[in-house]
Design a protein around this ligand. Structure first.
Ligand code: PLP
Length: 304
């Protein structure tokens, strides 16, 4: 990872190499940490952050679910993200706010622990790289997506990503690019770090929030694009075999953008044409790069 200049820690900007924590940090041991993933894109009017407010609202909601007091307002966090991008001086970056129980007492009860909040940013290309462009080869994981009766999946908590990592490693070890996780009822949930969309007979669908997914900000953007384009769209459950027989499938997420899935478990998806995915992907790219007027409302310009 290429170092940038600064990281924001508990209200102060520190040098990248000075953003360190103790090995006995409580959140590191017990997974009591929540985070966000946000992107800043280059636009004709300079760098702009896509749906900053919605990401930070989700950050606040994650904190609320986990009874964490962040100690910073939405406005303060927004300003910290923007100032970080200014100080790091790159046009496109990934922004990572994180809050965790800090060094202090050990033991399982995090109530009373000091909560530390940090925001880092770095340059990060499309998460699935070439596969994301050419079409992802995915496999249905043997790992079940964490059940929200055990861990609240709508909170973006670090603990959920141990489940994601198991699925991801399994997929890579078996020669695939990415995993698709089913939930404990055996229906499709999401990727390890992405939501999933399906097209069948020109109908677009995605699993509902109740299927145990993170409600993606990108997912919400795609739903709004589909509505604005007059597409038929449903939030509904689908099974593994419905994945195999889809006309089009794609992942959505801040890290991955919109990435076509061309194969699931050795079954080729559709007939090699992606009319609906291509339209949605183009609109997403236009929106994040400030080329789609109706969605400029989703951009926060960083300004010098
Ligand atoms: C498990 C999971 N699902 C879905 C997403 C997509 O969410 P978003 O579009 O807000 O990045 C992410 C990424 O944050 C994720 O980690």
């Amino acid at each position: 990872m290429k170092e940038l200049k600064r990281i924001w820690m508990d209200g102060k900007f520190v040098k990248w190499q000075d953003a360190n924590i103790h090995v006995l940090t409580h959140g590191l041991h017990y997974g009591y940490a929540i985070f966000e993933g946000i992107r800043c894109f280059s636009t004709p009017k300079g760098p702009a952050v896509f749906r900053l407010r919605e990401h930070l609202e989700r950050f606040q909601n994650s904190a609320k679910i986990y009874r964490m007091d962040l100690g910073f307002s939405l406005k303060e966090l927004e300003e910290a993200c923007l100032e970080l991008v200014r100080q790091n001086g790159v046009k496109e970056s990934y922004i990572r706010p994180i809050a965790f129980s800090a060094y202090g007492e050990m033991g399982l009860n995090p109530l009373g622990s000091r909560i530390s909040v940090a925001i880092a940013s770095w340059e990060w290309g499309a998460y699935l790289g070439e596969a994301g462009e050419k079409g992802v080869r995915a496999t249905v994981s043997s790992w079940v997506r964490v059940d929200s009766r055990a861990l609240p999946v709508q909170a973006k908590c670090s603990s959920n990503y141990a489940n994601s990592a198991l699925a991801k490693m399994e997929a890579i070890a078996a020669g695939y690019d990415e995993a698709i996780l089913l939930n404990s009822h055996g229906v499709v949930a999401e990727g390890p770090g992405e939501n999933i969309f399906r097209v069948k007979d020109r109908v677009l669908s995605t699993p509902p929030a109740s299927s145990g997914i993170l409600r993606g900000v990108t997912r919400d953007s795609i739903i709004q694009f589909a509505r604005d384009m007059g597409m038929t769209f449903y939030r509904n459950d689908s099974t593994k075999e419905e994945l195999y027989t889809s006309d089009e499938l794609f992942f959505s997420g801040t890290a991955v953008g919109v990435a076509k899935i061309r194969e699931v478990d050795g079954r080729k998806i559709g007939n090699g044409e992606w009319p609906i995915t291509d339209r949605l992907k183009k609109l997403y790219e236009d929106a994040v790069h400030g080329r789609a007027k109706p969605y400029e409302k989703w951009l926060t310009y960083v300004k010098a």
